[in-house]
Design a protein around this ligand. Structure first.
Ligand code: PLP
Length: 395
């Protein structure tokens, strides 16, 4: 009997026998460890706001939220209204910050769910004021300031006027000031991040000189939180590192170069399935679509019931899965719901044996970073892409 984080769309958490072809195991102790590590480095006063958008980076929205909060997180941030709705329906009462855009039609519900909203546009502020009136409750907003990423945000030269405009609206209250780094994890040269930080500090100064008070300033993502304590301000928006993954190799290298404190992240994500069929194929035969692989010897193949529908990237080449703690090379193309791997040299393999698609098995480990390398992408995309339909099981 295993505990399912469950069908996240219906937010059903059930105890059920294991009958899924593929599942993801989430380590509770790893998530707890990571949150505690961040609490240690940001100190007791800075608010810790993990980002649980994208189904908690693929880890399961609701249970991850609960674990993060019980391990010491103060706030949670999501991208969209539907995520906030699911969290509230699950009884989560922690402050929620919505990072992304909400359509005007959704604003009233967002306020009724007691969400903090990010603002960057006067029309949007007018819509929020209207929604606040309709909901009969104040809206707490965070001004997103443009410091260099040219995503959402108001430019510095219009910031004070924008803030004054917000102050004129009834039931709209400026609570926060935010920005987001564009080039912090992609490089070990942090000059652009430093420029953005200077602009953010300038923005904060402009509001202060204008007599506009902001109680929560926040700009730090994982890389900034780890590398630059001066970015912590009153809150940090911790994303990928809360799940135990480093934002990038560059961030890791910068960290090791600049700091020597022991700071330990533990990945929480293991993706598993089972062998559906074993077969022996003579030399000189093809495997899979497009006849892209040809056996050069008598080959023992495991047919594995996971494919690109599940989020196993079809572009992967040179990858392997782990069976009995050994590497089994993928042969032929990844199919929609299946893939094939060679187990010729792995003794004792049987049908229904467990297969690790991502994570640890014995001495071997397919990290999200290694998987990302095979798929020519980044660790962020790898775990978020594992289909939400696949159960997340807390271990
Ligand atoms: C996703 C996100 C974060 C977290 O980023 P990580 O690199 O995963 O730590 C922080 N801020 C905003 C605005 C985000 O969208």
């Amino acid at each position: 009997m295993l505990k399912f984080i469950g069908d996240w769309l219906t937010n059903k958490i059930c105890e059920t026998a294991m009958d899924e072809l593929t599942w993801v195991e989430i380590s509770r102790s790893a998530l707890e460890n990571n949150i505690r590590e961040f609490r240690r480095i940001i100190g007791p006063k800075t608010l810790l706001c993990p980002c649980i958008k994208a189904n908690a980076y693929g880890h399961g929205l609701i249970e991850t939220a609960r674990i993060f909060l019980s391990a010491g997180a103060d706030w949670l941030s999501v991208n969209a209204l539907f995520e906030a709705r699911m969290l509230r329906r699950s009884g989560i009462t922690a402050p929620l910050y919505v990072l992304g855009y909400i359509l005007p039609e959704g604003l009233r519900e967002a306020l009724e769910l007691d969400c903090r909203l990010v603002v960057f546009d006067k029309d949007q502020v007018r819509d929020i004021a209207r929604a606040a009136k309709a909901a009969g409750r104040p809206a707490r907003v965070h001004i997103k300031v443009e410091t260099g990423s040219n995503r959402m945000g108001v430019r510095l030269d219009g910031l004070v006027e924008f803030a004054r405009f917000i102050q004129k609206q009834k039931l709209v209250e400026i609570e926060g000031l935010a920005t987001h780094f564009a080039n912090i994890e992609d490089t070990t040269d942090h000059s652009f991040a430093e420029l953005q930080l200077r602009r953010f500090i300038e923005a904060s100064g402009l509001l202060k000189s204008a007599g506009i008070s902001v109680s929560i300033r926040h700009c730090a993502n994982s890389a900034a939180t780890i590398l630059f304590p001066q970015t912590h301000f009153e809150m940090v928006r911790l994303g990928i590192a809360g799940y135990g993954m480093w934002p990038s190799n560059e961030t890791y290298v910068s960290f090791v170069k600049e700091r020597k404190n022991n700071f330990h992240l533990i990945p929480a994500f293991t993706w598993k399935t089972r062998i559906a069929q074993l077969k022996t194929v003579p030399a000189g035969e093809f495997v899979g679509y497009g006849c892209s692989y040809k056996t050069s010897h008598k080959t023992r193949l495991a047919i594995i019931p996971a494919g690109y529908y599940d989020g196993y990237d079809r572009g992967i080449s040179g990858g392997y899965v782990l069976i009995r703690g050994r590497r089994a090379a993928i042969r032929g193309r990844i199919c929609m719901d299946m893939l094939m791997a060679e187990v010729t040299d792995i003794a004792g393999v049987k049908a229904e044996d467990e297969v690790v698609l991502m994570g640890r098995s014995g001495e071997e480990c397919i990290s999200a970073e290694l998987f990302a390398q095979w798929a020519a992408t980044i660790n962020y995309e790898v775990t978020t892409r594992v289909n939400d339909r696949i159960p997340r099981i807390l271990v």
